[in-house]
Design a protein around this ligand. Structure first.
Ligand SMILES: Cc1cc2nc3c(=O)[nH]c(=O)nc-3n(C[C@H](O)[C@H](O)[C@H](O)COP(=O)(O)OP(=O)(O)OC[C@H]3O[C@@H](n4cnc5c(N)ncnc54)[C@H](O)[C@@H]3O)c2cc1C
Length: 453
């Protein structure tokens, strides 16, 4: 039987593990590139790792069959697969010019967020916000509008002040306050479709500590309080635990108080215990709900203080597939509730918690948040489990509520669908065609999206 401690560990595997505990960076190795969850088939394309811009430009100009940049391979959509060359920017990982007064820094586009944070902290700086994990590359994370949570906190790409890249035509180009400033909103979320980014200038904030609180509450209560909790806390998010009627709430607020000891990862098998409960009691939803909600209701709070970058991101060691849609803030909770009801009625195999966050608006042409703040709702399935139902049963719900899909996560939006939800999609498509006239950075997925020959 699952005890309370292992249950907490189970949920912890999703959301509570400290950032330094067993972070996995599943960057593509020498051959057969695959994404993190292995939802995409292994690729035959060569993997190349240039160490200077001239070499990168040669790769773009001379490779047949398409060239695609990759970061840590943590996206599910077909952004990376191609027949020509998959380009890793791992060697473009240094921090360049820093303006400590303006709190800005140029950084290598291939640098991992988890490696940048401690270096920035030494300079008294930090990212304003981070997502659930920080193993992504800076370019990879920003190119798909990766976000954390916070009513007043935008996605990472909104903090981009400038980029240096080699365009699809093989030319060096800077977009910044000094050079081509009108193109900045196009470059912030660019899917690796305009060029391969080599350096990114980010707006940062002063290094800071956060007070983190984690508690469990009845789901209905959390739904009722959610808008207020988003308003009252710098970072608020919650996870609904399917088949439990309970939710886990997490807040982070800035503090100057002293650090407190951190909880350690007790069980990397944790989330598998939620799976075990699913396996044993999947056909007995009443019993499953009863056991789960009783264990969760008695779970203790977590209350800790630490560096922002050490608390905001956690490890995700149990592989999953994920769909996340960004919804108008007044529709997000209704969409979540409809998704919950559907899954609990028809999909007893699901055991990963659903996640609900909020993201502040920005102006990037392809940012899902460019028309106002949005509520992000995510559904996960264990990597070995089938997930077709996400497309056929869950995506239609998100669509009905006006959702825009996360660029890196499972969705079946066509180019026409994207045109419908992004007023500046056509402008982006035109710019792409100008910067990459021969389509060297296109792959089948992007060709479909942009309707390019
Ligand atoms: C376990 C897990 C947790 C996640 N948590 C969150 C979360 O909390 N919030 C969230 O919003 N998302 C989250 N994601 C999604 C993830 O942040 C995005 O998919 C992100 O794009 C992955 O970054 P990456 O470095 O792996 O990039 P990749 O997936 O490798 O690439 C993403 C895109 O960036 C492009 N790219 C990469 N490098 C360059 C470059 N140098 N120049 C130009 N383009 C480039 C690629 O071509 C591709 O289009 C999560 C994913 C996983 C697997």
């Amino acid at each position: 039987m699952m005890d309370r401690r292992s249950l907490l560990a189970a949920i912890g595997a999703m959301a509570l593990m400290p950032a330094e505990a067993k972070q996995t960076d599943t960057s593509p190795q020498s051959a057969g590139w695959q994404n993190w969850s292995k939802s995409l088939p292994p690729q035959k394309a060569q993997i190349v790792m240039p160490d200077n811009v001239a070499a990168l430009a040669d790769i773009i100009r001379q490779t047949d069959g398409g060239v695609r940049p990759v970061g840590s391979g943590h996206s599910w959509t077909g952004l990376v697969p191609c027949d020509g060359a998959i380009v890793r920017l791992d060697k473009f990982n240094a921090i360049g010019a820093i303006d400590e007064k303006a709190q800005t820094a140029w950084m290598g586009a291939g640098a991992r967020l988890k490696d940048l944070s401690p270096q920035l902290a030494e300079k008294g700086l930090a990212f304003r916000n981070l997502g659930d994990i920080d193993v992504q590359s800076l370019a990879g994370a920003t190119s798909t509008a990766t976000h954390g949570t916070g009513r007043d906190l935008p996605c990472l790409a909104a903090e981009i002040l400038g980029v240096r890249m080699i365009t699809g035509a093989g030319e060096a180009m800077e977009i910044s306050a000094q050079e081509n400033p009108d193109l900045l909103p196009a470059a912030q979320v660019s899917l690796g479709a305009l060029g391969i980014l080599t350096e990114i200038q980010m707006q940062l904030v002063a290094r800071h500590k956060l007070h983190r609180r984690v508690w469990f509450a009845p789901y209905a209560q959390v739904l009722a309080d959610a808008q207020q909790l988003f308003a009252d806390n710098r970072n608020f998010e919650f996870f609904y635990l399917p088949f439990s009627n309970m939710a886990m709430c997490i807040t982070h607020n800035i503090t100057t108080a002293a650090d407190t000891p951190r909880a350690h990862d007790e069980s990397d098998d944790g989330v598998m215990q939620l799976k075990a409960l699913r396996d044993w009691l999947g056909w007995f939803p009443y019993l499953r709900k009863k056991l789960l909600s009783a264990a969760i209701a008695a779970a203790p709070e977590e209350d800790i203080i630490g560096e922002s970058w050490q608390l905001l991101s956690s490890a995700r060691n149990v592989h999953f597939n994920e769909m996340e849609f960004h919804l108008p803030v007044d529709k997000g909770l209704d969409a979540l509730e409809e998704v919950r009801a559907h899954i609990e009625k028809h999909r007893s195999a699901v055991f990963f918690p659903f996640e609900c966050r909020m993201v502040a608006p920005d102006k990037a042409w392809l940012s899902p948040f460019n028309d106002g703040p949005r509520m992000s709702v995510a559904v996960h399935t264990h990597a070995p489990d089938q997930y077709e139902f996400l497309f056929t049963e869950i995506e239609p719900i998100f669509r009905r509520y006006g959702g825009r899909p996360h660029w890196g996560k499972l969705n079946r939006f066509s180019g026409a669908d994207m045109r419908n939800v992004y007023p500046q999609f056509e402008a982006f498509a035109k710019l792409r065609a100008t910067l990459d006239p021969q389509g060297r950075l296109l792959n089948p997925y992007l060709r479909d999206l942009f309707g390019a020959a």
